[in-house]
Design a protein around this ligand. Structure first.
Ligand SMILES: C[S@@+](CC[C@H](N)C(=O)[O-])C[C@H]1O[C@@H](n2cnc3c(N)ncnc32)[C@H](O)[C@@H]1O
Length: 224
């Protein structure tokens, strides 16, 4: 009997510990985003926030944020992040003082993630909005974003068809990878050159790769 209850108790203890730890780290750093991480752990114990905020995900998003600032500066009216999951990159951009951003709209096709993304980014008020949407069905003409970000290109079947929906001249930041073995990666690329060829951007301001332990991440910043 005691054996059977042990794992659940251990899990519960670890969840309480993770919540306490995240709150402590948030208080120590003064980071609104880390406060959001603690809030998500407390309110949504089932959320995969440890995965979305692990050191590899953070490294890829820090890379995106820094190269974006170098290429395009920090002033943006509206940013659309598609396939944005829990909105980690949105939070990282909104709390970075180099950037002045009117609003980030973070959308994802998974209906379970918007409430979690909104909780993670609660500190940013109206400057953050989470919605459930298929990126192939968004009206980019109406949204008129200054920047469209898609760090989930490996998750969509036809990158070119999606890019063709975005008004020409719009700035985009795209990431993909060569992690073919992952079950939800339907469209990885073998190299940065293949990614560039597939995207066919009208202008490329940055093209680079970030080697990770199991795969390489590729990034393009430019205009459609
Ligand atoms: C695992 S996550 C993000 C991984 C990525 N490397 C990152 O952190 O940016 C991929 C997300 O893409 C979303 N997604 C897949 N197809 C989509 C579509 N057609 N429209 C919007 N979101 C989509 C999934 O629901 C998922 O939340």
């Amino acid at each position: 009997m005691q054996e059977a209850t042990r794992p659940a108790e251990a899990e519960q203890d670890w969840h309480a510990d993770a919540f306490d730890l995240a709150r402590g780290v948030a208080a120590y750093t003064g980071s609104p985003l880390l406060k959001g991480v603690a809030r998500v752990i407390g309110r949504y114990p089932q959320a995969a926030i440890a995965n979305a905020f692990n050191h590899k995900q953070v490294a890829c998003k820090t890379w995106a944020r820094d190269r974006l600032f170098e290429c395009a500066g920090g002033a943006f009216g509206r940013i659309c992040i598609v396939g944005g999951w829990y909105g980690v990159l949105a939070g990282m951009l909104l709390e970075d003082h180099r950037f002045t951003i009117g609003q980030i709209e973070n959308s994802d096709i998974d209906p379970d993630v918007a409430a979690i993304a909104q909780t993670l980014n609660e500190a940013f008020g109206d400057r953050f909005r989470a919605l459930t949407a298929d990126m192939y069905r968004l009206d980019y003409m109406r949204l008129r974003p200054d920047l469209v970000i898609n760090t989930s290109c490996e998750h969509i079947p036809d990158l070119r068809a999606w890019l063709s929906l975005i008004p020409s001249g719009t700035r985009v930041l795209l990431q993909s990878n060569d992690y073919f073995a992952h079950p939800t990666h339907v469209a990885c690329v073998n190299s940065l050159a293949e990614f560039e060829k597939l995207a066919r951007l009208s202008r490329v301001d940055f093209a680079g790769e970030l080697p990770q332990k199991k795969y390489t991440r590729f990034m393009l910043i430019g205009r459609v």
